[in-house]
Design a protein around this ligand. Structure first.
Ligand SMILES: [Zn+2]
Ligand SMILES: [Zn+2]
Length: 270
């Protein structure tokens, strides 16, 4: 096993723990075989995580990436919503625990892992839509300031940053979040209203409404050549992501697609 000095030092200060069961993990080099999973999971939880990725939707009998139970708004915009697994806030299963831990812990390795898990699903969807990942603008919808203050980071940003990195790109801030509640506290109807009154484009009056730092890129370029990819952790009603898609489309973006680590499991036929 090859471990470099920096990694030894890092492990002295940050004891790596399983993202699901919190068991202490032995330090591991990124170059080691199977390091991708071993960096975040104990052996037992990783096996369960791999199995969870193949779990089928109880309603449409598809894996999460192909589940057709998502809101109809997205159905004519993209062939499927790339995602890794199903999430169930009432369950104590390995994937729900892992995603909750990622959301609450500012651990770069957890985000890197989850983004690497999502990237192949996203790549397949982009291929089905004949979109080159190089022509994508990766972005996210920010959390409320109070939610960011609570954990010290924005998990949407961390995920978008890491997903963009898997494609050799940089995530771009596109939206702002004004006052308003976190969606998880609200009912389905309240969520749409809350999204509409709290999420906006970063700089709508600017000649480049997307707020892209690269001054050479103009709004028109975005509309004709680029596809926006909004990355999120968990999709429940889809209200937040729908608001994001609508804002970008109203500003002239031709293609906007969404991708998430997990979809909240559907229980009954709609
Ligand atoms: Zn574990
Ligand atoms: Zn389904």
């Amino acid at each position: 096993m090859k471990i470099n000095f920096f990694e030894i030092l890092k492990n002295l200060f940050f004891v790596p723990k399983c993202i699901s069961c919190n068991e202490r993990l032995s330090p591991i080099s990124k170059d080691e075989t199977g390091a991708h999973g071993k960096i975040c999971f104990c052996e037992d939880c990783f096996k369960k995580w791999e199995k969870a990725k193949g779990a089928l939707c109880p309603v449409c009998s598809n894996v999460s990436a192909l589940c057709s139970c998502h809101p109809s708004f997205f159905k004519d915009k993209q062939p499927n919503i790339p995602s890794v697994c199903f999430y169930n806030p009432e369950s104590n299963n390995v994937q729900t625990r892992a995603i909750l831990k990622m959301k609450r812990t500012n651990n770069a390795q957890y985000f890197e892992f989850m983004a690497e898990e999502l990237a192949p699903f996203l790549e397949k969807t982009l291929a089905r839509m004949a979109i080159d990942p190089k022509d994508c603008v990766f972005t996210w919808i920010p959390r409320t300031n109070s939610a960011i203050a609570e954990t010290g980071f924005d998990q949407g940003r961390e995920l978008a940053k890491n997903v963009a990195l898997s494609f050799g790109a940089t995530a771009q801030p596109t939206f702002v979040r004004q006052k308003g509640k976190e969606q998880k506290q609200l009912s389905k109807k309240e969520r749409s209203k809350n999204a509409e009154t709290s999420i906006f484009l970063k700089n709508p009056k600017h000649k480049n409404p997307f707020g892209c730092k690269d001054k050479r890129v103009k709004a028109e370029d975005f509309a004709s050549n680029k596809a926006f990819v909004i990355v999120d952790d968990v999709m429940t009603t889809g209200a937040t992501l729908q608001r994001g898609v609508e804002l970008l489309q109203n500003a002239g973006a031709e293609t906007v697609i969404v991708a998430c680590i997990a979809k909240t499991e559907t229980k009954t036929k709609k």
